[in-house]
Design a protein around this ligand. Structure first.
Ligand code: G6P
Length: 624
């Protein structure tokens, strides 16, 4: 969702801001803007609707606007339609246009998040003579800062503190004050923001890729904290206005990891990175002790005593991370013999029922910033339940707030449709399942499971070699209207993710169904030629799902069967068969998804769609 950048230093700010925004495009946006100050001069605001290329054109890639201090924003509309006047930056001055140009203003700012009580605040500001040119909650926020700044006359940090106390919601806010040239002031609650620094410069961003070309030294600003930024200097404050000391952290990701590296799209690059990042993630948690491989979750803070004390597992996540949870539910219940309940974080967070106090809540998130997942985590913590996060982004809110944290080593994931982070998350749940089973004394083939898991990266690699057939199939089905995915158990979880991948980037309607449910409604949608993809990697459920597929075939469906090599020969029954390497069936999900990722990619490509930045979607959903 919305991306924020900021720069203060000895270089021209415009080009740096635009370059930073281009690295945040993947987050999803519909308009963009920058505000740059040249010394003591008024800030110049330029905004445009649509792609960043429009803003680049208007500003000659940022070069047309002089000044060394500025802020920028890509907006994903929440309050108010995508339009130039609703685009950020917003200004405190009363103006009639879209708030662009050199608008006489005390405060100019950008914001990511949602101000929940903005209507009430807007009415208050109107009573105080403020006039609004946009429908956004952000303009209200900027005018509120202006109001407190003028009312109390004790400086920007104090004005921000007064504002924070008054607003409800989430924000990563960056503002420039007319009276403070060469400075940016920021405040944060529940929306991501990092501050990068080197000797003479300071960078501000919602996410790491935006600043990687300039520095790897970053500060994480905490919730309800503020900071004053000037060239090469950052001072943090708490709500009382007292200074807060912070240490710089080094980002290990290198700049290249966030580039396309010869691939046409990030998604394809990330699909092909899976064997490597899977191995990196496994190497973090599997150690050799006395010549034997053992799972060691101590880096996550977990040990056998903690694992033994757990009597119930809850899993909460959103999107693909929730699909990881659905699959983990089957794997953990079978391997560790412990009840698992998986829920969408947006539902779990509002659950009124009492939760088992000896439970462990596992939250799964690539970004570590998803608003609902973070809220589910906080809710569980408030109830005294232990929490484990499986997270990709180091230092993210979820990673910092959970009691235990398993990092996935997927590296920066830029494509909106997740692939490599999903795979690494799944692997973490496999390790957790085996280790929980061991701690609970229910696993008698511990070494075998670890060996099977360690073989997975190589098997992912060989699955990726199936490329051409899938590509051919994708071109044949690119014009499909509806596609159905069916499976049972772990195969059902594979279907959920396969179906989501497809709709996200190909805009083809698709549904994933537990195969046994088909006859309770969906089968009425099957017509001559409808594509039905059946996942068939689980022996005990194979025949049952195959029968369900045959029921579809009798009604005209075209069948795509996905199964394990050397185990079944589905070719006699289906129209198109795809095999993944054989593995212990608990772990087949990590292989089964690969052909479906490729299928979605190639369908999107055949349709000429924007694979990495699908319409209306955001990479990181930081609002409810
Ligand atoms: C968005 C992304 C999905 C992701 C979901 C959860 O919808 O497009 O790919 O699965 O958010 O995000 P998280 O960062 O918590 O994994």
């Amino acid at each position: 969702m919305c991306g924020i950048v900021g720069y203060i230093g000895n270089k021209q700010a415009g080009p740096i801001l635009l370059e930073g925004l281009s690295k945040l495009e993947y987050r999803g946006y519909d308009s963009a803007g920058i505000a740059v100050r040249d010394g003591e001069n008024e800030a110049e605001v330029v905004k445009s609707l649509g792609r960043l290329a429009n803003l680049e054109e208007k500003t000659d890639s940022g070069k047309a606007i002089p000044g060394n201090c500025g802020i920028g924003h890509t907006r994903w509309a929440t309050h108010g339609a995508p339009s130039q006047s609703n685009a950020h930056p917003h200004v405190s001055g009363n103006c009639t246009g879209s708030g662009s140009g050199k608008v006489e203003s005390l405060v100019v700012g950008v914001h990511n998040g949602i101000i929940e009580n903005y209507q009430e605040l807007k009415a208050k500001m109107e009573r105080h003579g403020y006039a609004f040119y946009s429908q956004t909650d952000t303009e209200v926020l900027i005018k509120l800062v202006d109001y407190y700044y003028k009312k109390y006359k004790v400086g920007p940090i104090d004005a921000l503190a007064k504002t924070i106390v008054r607003v409800r919601g989430s924000y990563a806010l960056a503002v420039m004050f007319k009276d403070y040239p060469g400075k940016i002031f920021v405040a944060r609650k529940d929306s991501p923001m990092i501050i990068g620094k080197n000797d003479d410069e300071v960078f501000l961003a919602s996410d790491v890729p935006a600043i990687l070309n300039h520095t790897r030294q970053v500060y994480y600003i905490g919730n309800l904290e503020m900071a004053e930024l000037s060239a090469g200097e950052v001072t943090f404050y708490n709500l009382d206005g007292d200074t807060v000391q912070k240490k710089l952290t080094t980002i290990e990701w290198d700049a290249e990891a966030a580039e396309k590296g010869g691939y046409e799209h990030f998604m394809m690059k990330e699909i092909h990175e899976q064997p490597k990042v899977a191995m990196d993630t496994l190497n973090k948690y599997v150690k050799e002790v006395d010549g034997k491989n053992v799972i060691d979750l101590s880096e996550a803070g977990l040990n056998a005593d903690v694992l033994k004390s757990i009597s119930q597992i809850y899993i909460a996540a959103c999107g693909s991370a929730w699909h990881v949870g659905v699959q983990a539910q089957y794997v953990i219940e079978e391997l560790a013999d412990i009840p698992v309940r998986v829920e969408l974080a947006s539902e779990f967070r509002y659950r009124k029922n009492s939760l088992d106090k000896d439970a462990l809540l596992v939250v799964i998130s690539q970004s570590g910033e998803t608003a609902d997942t973070l809220a589910a985590l906080r809710m569980a913590k408030e109830k005294g339940i232990k929490t484990l996060a499986i997270v990709n982004v180091v230092g993210s809110s979820i990673a910092r707030e959970a009691d235990y944290c398993m990092y996935t080593l997927a590296g920066p994931e830029i494509s909106v449709a997740t692939t490599k982070a999903y795979t690494c998350q799944l692997l973490c749940t496999y390790l957790l399942a085996v280790e929980l089973g061991k701690a609970r004394n229910v696993v008698d083939v511990y070494d075998y499971y670890i060996d099977e898991i360690l073989e997975l990266p190589k098997k992912i690699e060989s699955t990726l070699e199936n490329n051409e057939r899938i590509q051919w199939f994708a071109s044949k089905y690119a014009s499909a209207q509806d596609i159905f995915f069916i499976g049972r158990g772990i195969d059902y979880a594979i279907c959920l993710e396969g179906s989501l991948k497809l709709k996200e980037i190909s805009y083809i309607h698709s549904e994933a169904y537990a195969a046994g449910e088909l006859k309770h409604g969906t089968i009425s949608l099957i017509e001559e030629g409808t594509l039905v993809i059946g996942s068939l990697t689980q022996s005990d459920l194979y025949e049952k799902t195959l029968s369900n597929m045959m029921e579809c075939k009798s009604r005209g469906a075209y069948l795509f069967g996905l199964t394990s090599a050397g185990k079944y020969d589905v070719e006699d029954s289906v129209n198109f068969a795809v095999y993944v390497p054989k593995t212990d069936e608990h772990f087949s999900g990590v292989l089964g998804i690969i052909p479906l990722q490729l299928l979605s990619y190639y369908i999107s490509l055949s349709k000429g769609l924007d694979v990495d930045k699908p319409r209306n979607l955001a990479k990181s959903v930081t609002v409810e």
